[in-house]
Design a protein around this ligand. Sequence first.
Ligand SMILES: Cc1ncc(COP(=O)(O)O)c(C=O)c1O
Length: 345
Amino acid sequence: MTTKFKRGFASDNNSGVHPKIMQAILRANEGHVVAYGDDPYTESAVAKFKEIFGPETQVYLVYNGTGANVLGLQAMTEPFNAIICAETAHINVDECGAPEKFTGCKLLTLPSQDGKIRVEQIRPLLHARGNEHHAQPRVISITQATELGTVYGPDEIEAITRFAHDNGMLVHMDGARISNAAAFLGTGLREITRDVGVDVLSFGGTKNGMMFGEAVLIFAPELAKNFKYIRKQGTQLASKMRFIAVQFETLLSEELWLKNAQHANRMARLLAEKVKDIPGVEITQSVDINALFVKLPKDIIPRLQSESFFYVWDEQESIVRWMTSFDTTEEDIEAFSDLLKRHLQ
Ligand SMILES: Cc1ncc(COP(=O)(O)O)c(C=O)c1O
C-alpha cells in the first residue's frame, strides 16, 4: 500500500502517538515498578477514570479494543445467551468471531442503514425467551460512535438501556470512539454512558492519540466480580501495565481526550466541506465524528488509492471510508481534495 502522502485518510489507527503521550511513556520508563498493575501509574489512571465516571466504576486496562469488547461481553453473559447488535458492529464483522469464541454466545444481528439499532427492531428478538431451544438474549451491544460515523444521542441510548433493563438484559457499549461522540454531542463522557444506563463500556484510547490501550469500565458492580480472572484468562493482563496506564493518565488530563477528538471531528467536517461539491462525490452518512463515507465512481478508486491509500467500505455500492485523526492538518485536507479534483473534474 503505497502512498505519496505523509498522513492519509485510511484510518485513525494509521496515525502515530500524540507527543504528550509519547513523552509520558518516556517519563514512565524510569526505574522499576511492580508489574501487573500494582504501580502508581495504574493507580493514577484508575483515579482519573473514577473522577470522570464516578468512584464506583471498576476500571480494567487492556491492550486493544477487540479484547475490551470480548472480555466485557464475557463478564455479562453465559454461553447459552445471545448478544444483540447491528449487522455493521465491529463485534460482528471485524473481530474474527472472537466474541462468539470467548463468550460462547450467539450474535443476533439487526440491519442498519446508519449503524444504529433501535428498540422497535430489538423487541421481536425477545419472542423466544424462556424457550430452551433458543439462545436467550442477554446483552444489547451498541457502538458509540457507530462504525458508520454516526452518534447516538443520550435519549436514544436511554431508550435502549431502559428497554434492556425492563426485560432483564444488560447494555454493552463499544466506545472505541466514545471521545469523538462526546465531542460531537458537546456532553461529558459520563452523560452518554453511565448516566444513561450503560452497564459495561469499552473505552477507546488507541484511535484518539494513544500508542495502544483501551479500558473496560464496569458500572454494574456485580459484573466486575470475576473480571480480574476473565482478563487474565483472556490474555489481556499487561505485565508492564504502567505503559498503558501512563497513556490514559495523560489522555484524561487537561481534557486531551476532548481536544484530540474535537480536532479530528473538525478535520472531517472540513474535508466534507472541501469535497462535497466535487462532481462524482456523494457523502452517504452524516459526518458526526472523524469519518466520511463517500460514494465514488468505481473506476477512479484504485487511481486515488495508488496516491493516497484508503479502504473501500462497500464494494457493491462503491462506497469508501475516509477518516481523520488527532494529527490531521488543514494542509493534508487541501492536498487530498486537490487529488480528488485532479481525478474527478
Ligand atoms: C468500532 C470499533 N470497535 C473496536 C475497535 C478496536 O479494535 P482493535 O482490536 O483493533 O483495537 C475498532 C477498531 O477498528 C473499532 O472501529
